[in-house]
Design a protein around this ligand. Structure first.
Ligand code: NAP
Length: 278
């Protein structure tokens, strides 16, 4: 077990998923975790979801309490929150942000010093501890800081390290990724109904097909194209279906979607910078 104290500022979907994950891996004791949340009416709810953790309505109290501060508020208010907790940010504290589009240098500048910053981009599957997270270090973050951040996000899934210039690409692929999968699953479920299955059975079969196929790729480490070849027998059903997918441009559609989401992530960052320099 780690002896660092952790503050999670923002007790919403991501903040609570992280608190739960950390507790489930026993990386920190419950009394070493404090969640800061403005709405007192949510305190009981948070205490029920993550028993034993401290809950505060004061961001500065949470920042003073902790060695590691995880900022899990919406990107629009993140810099305001850093401003608020600035007096508690000593050099040795580690600041981790999960906010889309905010760069480590913006956060360092706002913190007003050589603050250790790690930027992370997880996804909503953190709620079921199956997230894909990318992390990157700020200018002053050390290897120990990166290891601590990796521990936190490994408690809710898998972690990769990337250069910061790639964080918009990560946002477009895996940060936004669950939405693509939900759309694909909804389509498959509708398709099952169209060919005569009940909605329940269509959903169950579609979801399990996605889980099973993903596990197959994960465990065999084969390229998807190779596994596709394995299931397309000459003159069979799969090659007919593949022809239809190719004709309708499924892969091009996915590439477009990821590209447009990555560009949008970069654009949101630029817009915010323009606004703050006005
Ligand atoms: N959810 C995702 O799929 C996902 C994926 C990757 C990254 N992220 C990032 O994770 C961050 C949080 O997202 P989320 O989905 O968890 O959003 P969320 O559920 O809305 O959580 C945000 C939390 O912050 C609280 N909050 C608002 N103002 C605050 C303040 N001044 N000080 C402290 N807490 C405050 C909110 O409380 P109230 O509800 O009472 O206002 C809410 O509990 C965002 O930056 C997002 O970009 C999310």
């Amino acid at each position: 077990m780690n002896n660092k104290k952790i503050a999670i500022i923002g007790g919403g979907n991501m903040g609570i998923a992280l608190a739960k994950g950390i507790l489930q891996t026993s990386w920190a004791a419950p009394e070493h975790i404090m969640v800061a949340e403005p709405l007192k009416s949510r305190f009981e709810h948070i205490k029920n979801l993550v028993p034993g953790v401290k809950v505060s309505h004061s961001n500065i109290e949470a920042a003073q309490f902790a060695d590691i501060i995880v900022l899990s508020v919406k990107p629009q208010i993140l810099l305001k929150v850093i401003d608020e907790i600035k007096p508690a940010l000593k050099d040795s504290k580690l600041l981790i942000s999960v906010a889309a589009g905010l760069t480590t240098s913006e956060m360092e500048k706002k913190s007003g010093g050589k603050v250790h910053v790690v930027r992370a981009m997880p996804n909503i599957a953190a709620v079921v501890r199956e997230a894909a997270t990318a992390i990157c270090p700020g200018e002053y973050a050390t290897e120990t800081d990166m290891a601590a951040a990796a521990h936190i996000f490994e408690s809710v899934g898998i972690v990769v390290e990337v250069e910061e210039v790639l964080m918009d690409a990560v946002t477009g692929l895996s940060g936004t990724g669950p939405m693509y999968v939900f759309q694909i699953l909804e389509g498959l479920s509708d398709a099952g109904v169209k060919v005569g299955l009940s909605r329940d059975i269509a959903n169950t079969l579609a979801v399990q097909t996605l889980i099973g196929s993903s596990k197959l790729i994960q465990e065999t480490k084969e390229h998807p194209a190779k596994l596709k070849d394995l299931v397309t027998s000459p003159g069979g059903t799969a090659i007919s279906a593949l022809h239809s997918l190719e004709r309708n441009g499924l892969k091009a559609m996915l590439i477009d979607a990821v590209e447009v989401a990555s560009l949008r992530s970069a654009e949101l960052g630029i817009k915010r910078k323009d606004k703050s320099s006005e």
